[in-house]
Design a protein around this ligand. Structure first.
Ligand code: PBG
Length: 333
């Protein structure tokens, strides 16, 4: 037998010899329950509207959203995160439609809860950007700056309205200081200590949100750099993490996922609450676009990207491929 070096017994390749061997020693596995499906629901449309920068993803009608939720349940996905897209005429400076009990997000929460009951965790994006005419995640002061504390009042109300509409989990994504504490208090005040908070803890001002802005028909001009984090920073995420936990976050999220795996690994090392990662619209679009051009093996790239996110430390992943991948995992065994 040929040997190499002075350690002939050291042959890592022995553990890569066959599919069953590789399967046994795999340190990371994907399971349908690892996934949460983000979904868009648009007010006033009769048919689902395709999102051109996210092939395969649509703005749902109320009906098609219910079907998507039922499919997610059947596939064994853990949750659905809902984003509402209101009629353009309902947008205003303070995002009134976001707290209207008959606003599209609240209507969708009730629809989906009626469809899935407790078989799927129904989650709601808790942010104003889909509902404001300026597209920012908060309300503006008289100089046009995002007003942190005035926004917190809106978030408190939004949390209560979303809980009333049936959210099991709220997902504050606006990166306002103090948002978790204010939302926890608001929920507890109306006796909803059962509603969990999935905090968007480390959310970066990312160019990869581009396709999402089309998906929600965002009105944003400019950027969100005064509230979302600078991509250059890692230590800052640890500060955000500390505050969110103090304020009562039940789960914490890192977003985007792929370009921020170091942040994810560090957060996962530091806490004992569940860690979630959001594989965002741009991450989805890149793989779909390269696959469409025939430059990449789509299915393998999807699984590899998700495995990497899980390996870096995410317990759960939000991904637009949630149902598809769960179905694939189910039929693979
Ligand atoms: C804000 C929000 C955004 C995303 C989720 N929640 C957009 C933003 O911060 O600009 C992005 C998700 C994605 O890109 O898939 N409500």
């Amino acid at each position: 037998m040929t040997t190499y070096g002075s350690f002939p017994g050291t042959r890592p390749r022995r553990l890569r010899t066959s599919p069953v061997m590789r399967r046994m020693v795999a340190e990371t596995r994907l399971h349908p329950a690892d996934f949460i499906l983000p979904a868009f629901v648009r007010e006033g449309v009769a048919e689902p509207v395709p999102i051109s920068s996210m092939p395969g993803v649509v703005q749902h009608t109320r009906d098609s959203l219910k079907k998507a939720a039922a499919e997610a349940v059947a596939a064994g996905v853990s949750g659905i995160m809902l984003f509402g897209v209101p009629e353009e005429s309902k947008k205003d400076g303070v995002g009134t439609a976001g707290t209207d009990p008959d606003g599209i997000l609240q209507v969708a929460l009730r629809d989906v809860r009626a469809e899935v009951g407790d078989d799927l965790l129904v989650m709601s994006d808790l942010c104003l950007d889909e509902f404001t005419d300026h597209g920012h995640c908060g309300v503006l002061d008289d100089q046009g700056r995002v007003d942190n504390d005035a926004t917190l009042e809106r978030y408190a109300e939004m949390a209560q309205v979303q809980a009333d509409a049936g959210a099991h989990v709220v997902g504050p994504s606006g990166m306002m200081d103090g948002q978790i504490g204010v939302i926890r208090d608001a929920l507890d005040q109306i006796g909803r200590d059962d509603v969990a908070i999935l905090a968007y803890t480390a959310k970066y001002a990312s160019a990869f949100y581009g396709p999402f802005r089309e998906a929600v028909g965002s009105s944003l001009q400019g950027d969100r750099r005064t509230y979302q984090q600078d991509p250059a920073n890692l230590r800052e995420s640890m500060r955000e993490l500390e505050l969110d936990l103090e304020e009562g976050a039940d789960m914490v999220m890192v977003k985007p996922a792929g370009p921020y795996l170091d942040v994810l690994a560090k957060v996962a090392d530091a806490v004992d609450v569940p860690v979630v990662a959001y594989q965002i619209s741009g991450e989805y679009a890149m793989i779909e676009a390269a696959a469409e051009k025939g430059w990449i093996d789509r299915d393998k790239a999807i699984l590899e990207s998700l495995t990497g996110i899980r390996r870096a430390g995410a317990r759960t992943v939000l991904t637009y491929w949630a149902t598809e991948v769960a179905q694939q995992l189910n039929s693979a065994r």
